[in-house]
Design a binder for this molecule. Structure first.
Ligand SMILES: Cc1cc2nc3c(=O)[nH]c(=O)nc-3n(C[C@H](O)[C@H](O)[C@H](O)COP(=O)(O)OP(=O)(O)OC[C@H]3O[C@@H](n4cnc5c(N)ncnc54)[C@H](O)[C@@H]3O)c2cc1C
Ligand SMILES: NC(=O)C1=CN([C@@H]2O[C@H](COP(=O)(O)OP(=O)(O)OC[C@H]3O[C@@H](n4cnc5c(N)ncnc54)[C@H](OP(=O)(O)O)[C@@H]3O)[C@@H](O)[C@H]2O)C=CC1
Length: 492
């Protein structure tokens, strides 16, 4: 495939090829992807210096090729990389040489039990559709995990009993502390029992305290990860006539999963779904396809489980014969120029582990925002390296900033929003109006280090500036969160 022209070959990352195509209009840019569609960022909005909002849209590859004549899309998975020879081999039997390569193959769901047909993971369009299909027939499911996917699912699923098993004391540990979790829990209870699903029955229980208010995960999860609002187009409805029926089991993990026949022999006693204010323990007489024993000793039957237990970087197709340095989380280690440990190979997005000395208020999280920023920056680094130019770290890595939605609330996370890595040497300031907003700031030595903003607080830009400029705020004390003081004016 070498034709004398300089070639850059890259894996699938919608931002990266277009940036490279602009920087190198006379070179061939090849996007090699296992997915039949390209995910494009649309409606991009720079909310503030670092915060950004955008939609993610599936487009045929021709859209990209038509827009950038020097981009060619090859729809075939990479099965092998020979880094010393600077070439890759694709499933369609072809070989492609590269001058510079960027690996952006994402991550795979880290399932609690690989290969069990009753344990589903959600990553791409196929796995989400398989989940939806299974849900239409399910009377009860168990969700395991306490991060982004679990939070979204418990809010969206209707007409099916949900047992939510979490390791922690409070919900949403990857994003929230116990205070924010409490704020969201009450919203979940009240909203679901109000307008949206008023005529139906809503049951919400935490460890028995009731408050009214694809048959198999695909072995080769190679589609693009779903993005913001992924469930918008899916009807996440079970067969029953109630809206929400959630029971949360806290501080536990899955100990063992039994198939029905296997379970019968054990003579163990499964519990019924905890109903209403009944504190007594009721045994379950119904037969279920699968039974789950939790580490707290409780056993529940259900139709299937969703393992929303995080991701593992998808490095496997590239490791054989290539001595990449890997991070603790299994990602390809990249330096501040997005270079892996092997020559001319870069990486960006979920597949990589950021190994540069980070800014004191940035941390890596496997999110769309960071994948987009890394893709953009990796393209700049590849271009600069080709031209022999030095390049400074991109501004987007100065401050961790994520805007999303949970339980229909706008959620903004800034800097060390959960005091990550600050030990006990920090203070928290809180402002909370039930059902409306929850604001938490993390302070260290009078400086703002992070913030969680839930609801329409309108504070993100001001707080972003205060974290970035590390101004000494000691003299403002509690005024910082006083709702009667227009804080924007204060810092103009
Ligand atoms: C259900 C769900 C909801 C999410 N919601 C949000 C959200 O609201 N906000 C947010 O910020 N983040 C969200 N995320 C996370 C976000 O989707 C990921 O962080 C982001 O997509 C990572 O981008 P990426 O380009 O690194 O990987 P992906 O988007 O996974 O893209 C990887 C690409 O590589 C291709 N590929 C894989 N293996 C090969 C191979 N061997 N050969 C060729 N091509 C290959 C795949 O086909 C795919 O196209 C969500 C994730 C999930 C699963
Ligand atoms: N709106 C958004 O921003 C969204 C973002 N996403 C992103 O998509 C990716 C996948 O989401 P998700 O799967 O929810 O991953 P997350 O990393 O968000 O959460 C994984 C959760 O599973 C827990 N966990 C890990 N292993 C086990 C286990 N063996 N048993 C029980 N619990 C376990 C983790 O706990 P612990 O942390 O203690 O290990 C954590 O609570 C993530 O990168 C996430 O950030 C997904 C949906 C929405």
């Amino acid at each position: 495939m070498r034709n004398g022209k300089q070639r850059s070959r890259i894996q699938n990352e919608r931002v990266l090829p277009s940036k490279l195509a602009v920087n190198f209009p006379t070179e061939d840019i090849v996007l090699v992807t296992a997915s039949p569609v390209i995910k494009a960022v649309t409606n991009f909005k720079q909310v503030s210096k670092v915060l950004e909002e955008f939609d993610v849209e599936e487009q045929p590859s021709t859209v990209l090729e038509n827009r950038f004549p020097n981009i060619k899309v090859i729809e075939s998975g990479v099965k092998q990389l020979k880094s010393e020879e600077h070439c890759i081999f694709t499933e369609d039997g072809r070989q492609h040489a590269y001058r510079k390569l960027c690996l952006c193959a994402g991550a795979k769901p880290k399932l609690i039990c690989e290969g069990n047909p009753y344990v589903l993971g959600i990553r791409d369009t196929d796995s989400a559709q398989e989940f939806q299909k299974q849900l239409t027939k399910a009377k009860r499911i168990m969700i395991v995990g306490n991060g982004g996917i679990a939070l979204e699912l418990v809010y969206e699923i209707e007409g099916c009993e949900v047992i939510w098993a979490i390791k922690d004391k409070a919900i949403g540990n990857t994003f929230f502390d116990a205070g924010a979790a409490e704020f969201l829990t009450s919203k979940l209870m009240s909203e679901k029992s109000e307008a949206k699903i008023a005529p139906k029955r809503t049951i919400y229980t935490i460890e028995g305290a009731r408050k009214e208010n694809r048959s198999k995960a695909k072995a080769d999860n190679v589609g693009s990860a779903l993005g913001p609002d992924w469930h918008g187009g899916l009807d996440l409805k079970g067969p029953q006539e109630f809206s929400h029926s959630i029971h949360i089991e806290t501080r536990c993990e899955v100990k063992k999963i039994y198939l029905q026949e296997e379970f019968k022999i054990t003579k163990k006693k499964p519990l019924a779904f905890p109903k209403h204010q009944d504190k007594s323990v009721t045994l379950d007489k119904e037969m279920w396809p699968v039974y789950v024993e939790l580490t707290n000793g409780k056993i529940y039957g259900c139709d299937f489980l969703v393992s929303a237990t995080g991701v593992t970087p998808n490095v496997q197709p590239f490791l054989h014969g290539n001595n990449f340095d890997l991070g603790e989380d299994g990602g390809l280690k990249v330096d501040d120029q997005m270079r892996t440990s092997l020559p001319d190979i870069y990486a960006a997005g979920d597949i990589c582990t950021a190994c540069w000395q980070p800014s004191p208020v940035w941390q890596q999280m496997r999110l769309w925002t960071q994948a987009r920023q890394m893709g953009w920056y990796a393209a700049k680094c590849m271009a600069a390296a080709s031209l022999g130019h030095p390049i400074d770290m991109d501004f987007s890595f100065e401050l961790f900033a994520h805007v999303t939605k949970f339980f229909n609330y706008k959620v903004v996370l800034l800097g060390k929003y959960n005091a990550q890595g600050l030990g006990s040497d920090h203070e928290l300031m809180l402002r909370c109006t039930r059902g409306q907003e929850y604001i938490k700031v993390v302070m260290q030595n009078g400086r703002m280090m992070g913030a969680v903003l839930i609801g329409e607080t309108d504070l993100e830009e001001t707080f972003e500036n205060l974290i970035l400029n590390q101004m000494d705020l000691s003299s403002y004390g509690e005024d910082l969160l006083d709702p009667n003081i227009d804080i924007e004016d204060y810092f103009d």
